[in-house]
Design a protein around this ligand. Structure first.
Ligand SMILES: Cc1ncc(C[n+]2csc(CCOP(=O)(O)OP(=O)(O)O)c2C)c(N)n1
Ligand SMILES: [Mg+2]
Length: 335
């Protein structure tokens, strides 16, 4: 059965112990992002978008280990996390293309994805905002004595913002069941990390909060999954938060108009040698899980399926302009 016709919860469950399903989801994310990139270039999508090309293994490694009743706070670079957690390409693309069948009715767009059936809290464009929100979700779990754990996924740039300190400090003091994941993709907007941050090994910051800090190769979904397992176990045992730093790399620019001319020569090429799709494909071949032909066929099928998703989404209606005033709450104060 194709993953694209499954429900979000099924799409999540299928990842757990199935390396081929995980590879397939990584391919889906890669080609989904490439499709979105093309649609922007053709003027079929408006606004902006932030692609996660090259960061597929982090999203899938986290999703493979996390049950659906655990909350995740992610960012505007969130298409991959949303698809990995289980949201369907149909619903995510409909949101990005401004169709009313999108996850928030087509009025939110690329940066505002959400599906509580798989634990995805609304993604946010405010840097670091997800950190205290995840700590808050964890406080709710702790107070209600639930077994769930909250996860905040955010960038290296976010590790320089006040909310990072506040969220980690409070979570550490109250031993909240939360995992903080820094997606260290080397860049914050148009600046390389060495221009904005005194050192690049951001997991070392955990020492300031008295919590474990670990680093993981974010290009390898298996290693990400293993690291998540340990952090989740700790959180469930009442031992509090863990700071995970995943070393990744942003293959595209910051947002759609950015061609990233500021990268040092050869840096992108160097990282591409460790493309997460390549890492996983080589492992699958080595294990004999599939032949090269089968993996190529899988990739071709996913591309075709995404093309039909696009046809389907193109035919869907846009929301009525009045829909932008739905779900907005105001309190009138009389004087
Ligand atoms: C509070 C806040 N300050 C500044 C910005 C502008 N801004 C948008 S993206 C970004 C860079 C964030 O970099 P990082 O956290 O590394 O995430 P990445 O884009 O690499 O995923 C900045 C500063 C913002 N959106 N919110
Ligand atoms: Mg970054």
């Amino acid at each position: 059965m194709s993953q694209m016709t499954m429900t979000p919860v099924q799409r999540r469950d299928v990842l757990r112990d199935d390396p081929l399903a995980q590879y397939s989801r990584m391919l889906e994310i890669r080609h989904f992002e490439e499709l979105v990139n093309e649609l922007f270039a053709q003027g079929e999508i408006h606004g902006t978008t932030h692609l996660c090309l090259g960061q597929e293994a982090l999203a899938v490694g986290i999703a493979a280990e996390l049950p659906t009743d655990h909350a995740v706070a992610a960012t505007y670079r969130g298409h991959g996390v949303a698809l990995a957690l289980g949201m369907t390409p149909q619903v995510v693309l409909a949101e990005i293309m401004g169709r009313s069948a999108g996850c928030v009715g087509g009025v939110g767009g690329s940066m505002h994805l959400c599906d509580m059936s798989v634990g995805l809290l609304p993604t946010s464009a405010i840097i670091g905002a997800g950190i205290p929100i995840a700590a808050g979700a964890a406080l709710a779990y702790q107070t209600l004595e639930e077994q769930s754990v909250a996860v905040a996924i955010f960038g290296d740039g976010a590790a320089n913002i006040g909310a990072f300190h506040e969220g980690l400090n409070l979570a550490a003091v109250w031993k909240l069941p939360v995992v903080f994941v820094i997606d260290n993709n080397v860049y914050g907007e148009y600046s390389r990390i060495d221009r904005t941050t005194p050192f690049e090994d951001l997991h070392l910051r955990s020492a300031s909060y008295g919590i474990p800090g670990v680093t993981v190769d974010g290009m390898d979904s298996d290693l990400v999954q293993d690291t998540m397992r340990v952090a989740l176990e700790r959180a469930r045992n009442g031992q509090g938060p863990t700071l995970i730093e995943a070393k990744t790399y942003r293959f595209a620019g910051h947002s759609r108009a950015d061609t990233a001319p500021y990268r040092p020569e050869g840096e992108l090429e160097q990282w591409k040698k460790r493309d997460p799709l390549l890492v996983t494909k080589q492992r699958l071949l080595k294990k004999g899980a599939a032949s090269e032909d089968q993996l190529d066929q899988l990739e071709a099928t996913i591309k075709e399926e995404l093309e039909s998703v696009l046809d389907e989404v193109r035919s869907l209606p846009s929301p009525n302009p009045a829909a932008m005033f739905d779900h907005i709450y105001a309190e009138q104060v009389s004087v």
